[in-house]
Ligand binder design. Sequence first.
Ligand code: XLS
Ligand code: NI
Ligand code: NI
Length: 446
Amino acid sequence: MSKTVFIGDREYFPNIPQIIYEGPESDNPLSFKAYESQRVIAGKTMEQHLRFAVCYWHTFCADGSDPFGPGTRVHPWDTGDSDMARARNKLDAAFEFFTKLNVPHYCFHDRDLAPEGSSVAESEANLASLVSLAKERQDATGMKLLWGTANVFSHPRYMNGAATNPDFSVVAYAGAQVKAALDATVALGGENYVFWGGREGYACLLNTNTGKELDHLAIFLTMARDYGRSIGFSGTYLIEPKPMEPMYHQYDVDAQTVIGFLRHYGLDGDFKLNIEANHATLAGHSSAHDLQMAVDAGLLGSIDANRGNAQNGWDTDQFPMDMYDCVENLLVVLAAGGLGYGGLNFDAKVRRESTDLEDLFLGHIGGMDAYARALVIADRIISDGKLAAFKASRYASFSQPHGQQFEAGELSLEALRDIAAGNPEPARVSGKQEWVESLLNDYMFS
Ligand code: XLS
Ligand code: NI
Ligand code: NI
C-alpha cells in the first residue's frame, strides 16, 4: 500500500515523522517496539489480525473538555472561517495522522466529519461534501473505513433518546440522520455500520413505557437494515452494548442482553456486536467475558479497544495498555478464528492533562504495541495447547455415554435422578484456578 505523508496544503503534525517499527531496544517514543505490521503470526500478518482503526471523535474532535472545565488541547485544524472550512482542515489532519501512524482503518460519526446544518437538507449536503473529500483522501492513501455511525445523542433534540424517543417527530429526525450516515458509509466502502444506543434508555421508569420503546428500537433498526441493504450495503450492522452513561439505564446493557434482543426481534441474521472493553467493565463484566458471550452466540463483530479505571465506574475511555486484558481478549478472539471484517478500533482518548499533539500519537502507539505483544503471547498460548487441553479435560465426562445422551437431549429429569441414585457421591475435581492463572503469567513473562 503506497502512502503519502501528508495531504492537502498544510502539515498539521510537522514534528511527527512516519512512525516505524524500531524494536524493543529503541528508546524513541515515536516508534513501534512490538507492532511490525507485516510480521506473520499463525498465517496472517499483524496488520491482518489486528485491523487497527483510529476513531475520529476522540482523536480529532475532543479537546480535553470535561463537565468541570473547558478543553486543554489546542487543535491547529480548528482554525478556519466557517464550520465547513474547519471540517475540511480536520479531515486533512486526520489523514495525515492515519498515514503517519500507518494504521489501515478509521471510524467516524456523521457529525465528527461534517457539522450539522440548519435543516435536514443542509446537514445532508454538508455530510455529502465531506464524504466526497474523504473518498479522495481514501483513494490517495489506501485508508479504509471500518465503520460509520450517526451521532443521534449529542443534539438537544435527542435528550430523551433517538429511536426510543417518546416523541415521533424526534424518531423521524433520527431516521433522517441514520439514512444519511448509511449513505456516507456505503459511499466510503465502510465494512460495518455501528449503532451505539447513546440515549436509548431512560432516566426515570415512572414516566417511561419501556415495552413500547424497545419495540420502536427494533422497528427502527429493521428499517435501517432494509434501507442499507437497498443501497448496496453488504457489510455487518453492529450494536455496541453499554449499560449506562449518559442515561441512567440503557437498553443495550451488555452482550447477553443485546443477543437476546436481536434474537427476539429476528435481527440476528444481519446484526452482530461491537464490544467495547470499558462498556463491559461498566456492566460489571470483564471485556473478555462480553467477547466470549458474543463468540458463543456466533455474533462477535468488532471491538472498541480501550479500558476503564479500576478505581471508578466511569467510561474513561483510556488507551488499552493493560497487558492482561489485551491477552485475555485476544485469546477469546483467536480461539474463535479472528475478527473477520471487524477490527480493533481505538475508542480511546488521551487524558485531559496530556496536552501535546504528540500525545495523540503516543496513545495510539502504546495501544498498538500492547495488542501486538498480546497477539504474540496469545498465539503462543494457543499453539502450546496446554490451557485448551486442561479446559477440555474438565468436560471429559460429557464424552462418556451418559454425558453424550444428556447433550443430545435424550435424558429426562427422572433418568438423571436414576443415574445419580445408582452412583456414589461424585469425586471433587479441582478447577485449578491458581494453576491456570500462574500459567498465564509464565506465558506473559517468558
Ligand atoms: C460511547 C461509545 C461511542 C460509540 C460510537 O460510549 O463508545 O463512542 O463507539 O457511537
Ligand atoms: Ni464508550
Ligand atoms: Ni465505542
